[in-house]
Design a protein around this ligand. Structure first.
Ligand code: FE2
Length: 375
């Protein structure tokens, strides 16, 4: 009974119920080639398309998927529009972290009433496969959150897109299952403002936090707070730079992305050894930590199922907390600007974010920053 009462009060408290991440839309300079990269390297499969051939003369968009992970890669067809402006300023990057809701009208109403800046009023999109209601609000930098209400839409993605039905001869799936979390970098002193945004405007709560004592090396320092929505399906860590001796990786990001934006997307797998081995063979480049990391790993995390030698060969990191352990690895940035990168993660009981790996990782990132002349 008490449990039921708690559930009820939780349900009424959650003014923004989310079913999960619907998709992530990137604005990129060449969507056809970016789609090839994500298919051949990361194993995404082409699912839908919108462009001049389908009557869209403003942009071309490729929808690529792997299990529950869905990306949309969009490129402008002319220079004088908002998509082209976004790319000119930020380079390739995430424009929209779109959230799947049952009521896009209420999501818009509740968040804008609490101070969100609306960027798209609820709009009904329709085609032969049914209808989808879409609205959107602004978050950090030029990033937005769309709310997608699918209303049992039967099409491949959204009205206006055509399904790609022929088998994808480029895609080489690697077992990536779903998005575990997506991290935003914000400016100096702005972390708490965005934590408050996710709390007050979107009904998220503080899930975990790390300060500069947890996350600092000689040069890099950052502070991070992890925000989670009511049912815990959506997690957004927010980073801000902290004072260090030299330029931190967050500052480097802000300088090249020209402001706040998505720093990394963590994608989960059930078998990180197989996934990372395949990604490496397919050309995905990972950050490497020194061999000394593995020398005292067992002392730090205790017994684990995976052979340490294999983890070392692949560069996979391990961290443990009181609930279990997790394995993770980070790619190098996937653009020439040192901005967006990916994390591959496998959770074995642990719900944390790899705090014990921060120091080794930051030192690896700093070696790359130094090579770029940005330290
Ligand atoms: Fe992460």
């Amino acid at each position: 009974m008490q449990e039921l009462a708690e559930k009820t009060s939780q349900a009424t408290a959650d003014f923004l119920p989310l079913n999960g991440t619907d998709h992530v839309e990137f604005y990129v300079a060449n969507a056809r080639q970016a789609a090839y990269y994500y298919r051949a390297a990361f194993g995404m499969q082409l699912a839908a398309y919108s462009g001049p051939e389908t009557g869209n003369h403003e942009c071309a968009s490729y929808v690529i998927q792997q299990n529950k992970i869905r990306f949309v890669l969009t490129t402008p067809l002319q220079p004088d529009n908002a998509i082209a402006q976004h790319i000119l300023r930020h380079g390739d990057g995430v424009r929209d972290i779109a959230l799947w809701v049952d009521d896009a009208e209420a999501a818009y109403r509740e968040t804008t009433a609490r101070g969100a800046r609306g960027v798209r009023k609820p709009e009904l999109l329709q085609d032969d496969s049914g209808e989808v209601l879409v609205s959107a609000i602004a978050t950090y930098g030029d990033t937005i959150h769309s709310f997608i209400e699918r209303r049992s839409y039967r099409g491949s993605f959204l009205p206006g897109y055509v399904a790609v039905t022929e088998p994808d001869r480029v895609a080489r799936p690697v077992g990536l299952k779903y998005i575990d979390h997506m991290v935003g970098n914000v400016g100096w002193g702005e972390m708490n403002q965005w934590v408050e945004f996710y709390e007050k405007v979107m009904g998220f709560r503080l899930y975990q936090h790390f300060d500069d004592k947890d996350i600092s090396t000689e040069y890099s320092a950052l502070m991070s707070k992890v925000m989670a929505n009511g049912n815990g399906r959506v997690k957004f860590p927010i980073n801000e730079p902290a004072e260090g001796r030299k330029k931190s990786q967050i500052e480097e990001y802000l300088e090249y992305y020209k402001g706040p934006g998505v720093q990394h997307i963590a994608m989960a797998t059930d078998d990180i050894v197989a996934t990372v081995a395949k990604l490496s063979r397919q050309g995905v480049e990972f950050l490497r930590v020194p061999a000394t990391y593995y020398a005292d790993l067992e002392r730090r995390v205790g017994k684990i199922d995976e052979p340490l030698g294999t983890l070392q060969d692949l560069g996979i990191l391990v961290d443990r907390d009181d609930e279990g352990y997790m394995l993770q690895i980070f790619t190098r940035p996937v653009e020439d600007r040192p901005t967006l990168f990916y994390e591959i993660i496998q959770r074995k009981g642990s719900r944390s974010f790899g705090k014990g790996n921060f120091k080794a990782l930051f030192e690896a990132i700093e070696r790359e920053q130094a090579l770029r002349g940005n330290l």
